[in-house]
Each structure stands twice: as C-alpha cells, then as structure tokens.
Design a protein around this ligand. Structure first.
Ligand SMILES: Cc1ncc(COP(=O)(O)O)c(C=O)c1O
Length: 391
C-alpha cells in the first residue's frame, strides 16, 4: 500500500481555492446574524428570554416529541439525562466502545459502570445479536431490577450512539430494553435529521440527546438538547439544569437539590432557531458530498467508504473512510499529518473507549469490529461544497 500515492489522489479531489478545509465547518448566513443581532438588541443574552422557548418549540416539532429542554452542550444533555433517571454509583449502563468520549464521560460523572458491547459492521452501533446473547446468559431478574451476574451490578439503561450520522438498530434496542426493563437513551449528537425506516431514533427511545456544537450539522455555537415523551422526567431535567431553584416565581433562591448551570443562553438559542431552517438543505448537501466521496474512494484501490444500511437515510455528518487492510497507528497518523499539511482537515477515528486508561478492564469482552474500524478508519471533511464535482 503506497500511502504517498493515496495522499496525492485525495489531494486532487478538492478545489485548490477552497483550502484549507476544516473537518466540518458551520454554514452561517445573513439570517443567523440578524437573529443574533435581534436578540442582542432585545438585551436577552443569558439563560432567560422568549427565544429559548421558541427554539425549544421548534425542536419539539423537529423531533416530533412532547418536551424538549435546550442546554449548553451535548455533554451536559447526557449528564442531565442520567441524573434525571436517578442513575448513580455502580449502576450499569450498556454502551458502545466506538464513539466520541462524551457519553462515557457522562456515565462516569454519575459514578455508573460502563459496560461495552461490540458494534455491528452494518450501522456502526451496538450489535443487537451480541447484546441479546450476552443478556441471555448473564442477566437475571431480581424483583423489578435486572442484574448482571458477571459484573454484579444493576443494569439500568442502554446508551446507544448514532455514529457519524447513522442510526443503530433502534427498533430492536427498544424490544431489548422492554424485555429487561431498561431505559433506552440515544445520543443523537451526530445524527440530527437522520432516519431509519422513516423514523428518527427519538421515536423509539425514552430519551434522546443531541449537540449543537460548531462542528455539528447545525450549530448554536455550543449547545445541546434533551427530548423525551416523558414530561415529568423533562421537568426534573429542566429543574436540575437551572440550579434546582424552587423559588424562581417569587424571585427568591431556594435549592432543593444539587443543581447545575446547564441552560442554553438566549444568544445561542437565537442562532439555533435560524440554523434549524437550513437543516433539510444541509442534509441534502451532505448526502450529495457522500455520493461524490463514494465515487472517488471507489476509484482508489486500498481504501473503502462506509455506506448506510438498508432502510437508513443518514445525514452523513462525517464520512468514514477505511484502509482495506490494517495499518499501524503510526503510519495512519503520518498519513493524516500529510493530508492536514496540504490543507485537508482529515482526522482519526476515536480511540476505542474500552482501551482508555480510566476503564475497569475486569469485565471487558472482545471488540473486534470496533477495533478494526479504529485501526483502519479516518474521516475526510464534510464542509459544505468542498469537492470538485468535475472529478
Ligand atoms: C456522539 C457525541 N456525543 C456527545 C458529544 C458532545 O457534544 P458537545 O460537544 O456539545 O458537548 C459529541 C460531540 O461533540 C458527540 O459526537
């Protein structure tokens, strides 16, 4: 495999006047600037103001859910979700080894135990067959709780992540969670607008979180949201996110719980509101960019591209390109450095989470698929209109 040659070929894919190309850049237009200016002119800059409610209302219809709480990051959305469910010390959460570290961090923030199951090659999310096999052998019911006899912990939730925009086997996860009395949380930070069999992951989850970080398909600068059908749960989350003050109506301060300052500021909400109007267009653009990448990657002998599974309509937030054969991390990093040197913002796939130093290795299983994608994979930029269509 000649890496220099692959760099040269990839270099021909981008219009030279567009370099450098970040991995993913926001699309900011006049409407966004006016929306923020209006909010500034009205003096709503912090975590109060009508624009936050307006943004939440729009998000409700986007997710087709009863309640939404807008918060200041995708990470705080995940943290609040676990707090709101009352997940605490030593509760077990089943999750994926291949994702950005935020969901794992949230599990650790509440002192819970992350239990990793390998992913499926077809959608990059938890492999439902492995999940069922493991549960059949190791899960027992004690009263109203499910225990894992191997780890000796109470299993409370399945936290699935829609990786690079691809929704996992969500209908099967729902059945699994119903069977074992678990909550289904989906981290949809990367999959806003994606569908599987015509549905968003929120249709089947108990809780869905998302992120509006600057590198996501639409942005509030920094921000996130939690959506759910359960209004009581989301009222609790809203309360926790606003320092758990019970006396706001009387303009006083009394906090009945340890609360958090996690609400989304109005300035960010005003950007989010205008950004929502371009979501459909961005999805179309990203899917077109993916099509172009597919054509180009398929002409290069040593690499391949990940394609969405049957029935899925991904937002293709990031394109996953993989070497057909395993290469060493050293070689891959050298390759990525070469691409970045010529202005192509390529990046590595996240290190698999079960190998991070703060993970308890006692109950790890085998993770060949996640590890193979980590070893072989990298991402190329999805910044809008980057690829020269003439190629
Ligand atoms: C899958 C996933 N979950 C959570 C997050 C965290 O979101 P934020 O950066 O808004 O905290 C990100 C990325 O940023 C992500 O990719």
């Amino acid at each position: 495999m000649n890496l220099e040659n692959i760099v040269k070929q990839i270099n021909t894919w981008y219009p030279k006047n567009n370099l450098p190309i970040p991995i993913n850049q926001p699309t900011i237009n006049e409407k966004d600037i006016n929306s923020i200016t209006d909010t500034l002119n009205e003096n709503w800059v912090s975590t109060a103001g009508p624009i936050i409610n307006e943004f939440e209302e729009q998000l409700k219809s986007e997710f087709d859910q009863k309640e939404v709480v807008a918060v200041n990051s995708g990470t705080s959305a995940l943290h609040l979700s676990l707090l709101g469910l009352g997940i605490s010390q030593d509760d077990q959460i089943i999750t994926t080894p291949l994702t950005f570290v935020a969901p794992l961090n949230a599990i650790k923030y509440v002192g819970a135990y992350p239990f990793f199951i390998d992913i499926s090659q077809k959608d990059l999310s938890l492999d439902i067959n492995l999940l069922n096999q493991y549960a059949e052998i190791n899960f027992v019911q004690k009263g109203k709780f499910t225990f894992d006899i191997k780890t000796n912990k109470k299993v409370k939730a399945l936290l699935s992540v829609d990786v690079f925009g691809h929704i996992g086997d969500i209908e099967e996860y729902r059945k699994f969670c119903d069977k074992y009395g678990l909550k289904l949380i989906v981290d949809s930070a990367e999959s806003l607008g994606s569908k599987r069999n015509g549905n968003t992951s929120a249709k089947f989850s108990d809780i869905t979180t998302t992120s509006f970080n600057g590198n996501k398909i639409i942005t509030t600068g920094a921000g996130g949201a939690i959506v759910s059908k359960d209004e009581d749960f989301l009222n609790k989350v809203r309360h926790l996110a606003t320092t758990a003050n019970t006396e706001t109506e009387s303009h006083s301060y009394f906090h009945d719980l340890v609360g958090y300052n996690y609400r989304l500021p109005a300035l960010n909400a005003s950007l989010g509101l205008s950004q929502l109007s371009i979501l459909d267009k961005k999805i179309m653009e990203y899917r077109e960019i993916h099509k172009q990448y597919s054509n180009l990657v398929n002409k290069v002998e040593d690499i391949e591209i990940f394609e969405e599974t049957k029935g899925a309509k991904s937002n293709y937030w990031l394109n996953l390109i993989m070497f057909k054969e395993t290469i060493s991390q050293d070689e891959k990093i050298k390759f990525l450095k070469e691409l970045n040197k010529i202005g192509i913002g390529a990046r590595n796939v996240w290190n698999v989470l079960h190998q991070l130093p703060f993970i308890d290795r006692k109950h790890l299983l085998k993770y060949p698929i996640a590890e193979s994608i980590f070893h072989r994979g990298f991402n190329l930029p999805t910044s809008s209109l980057i690829i020269d269509a003439k190629n």
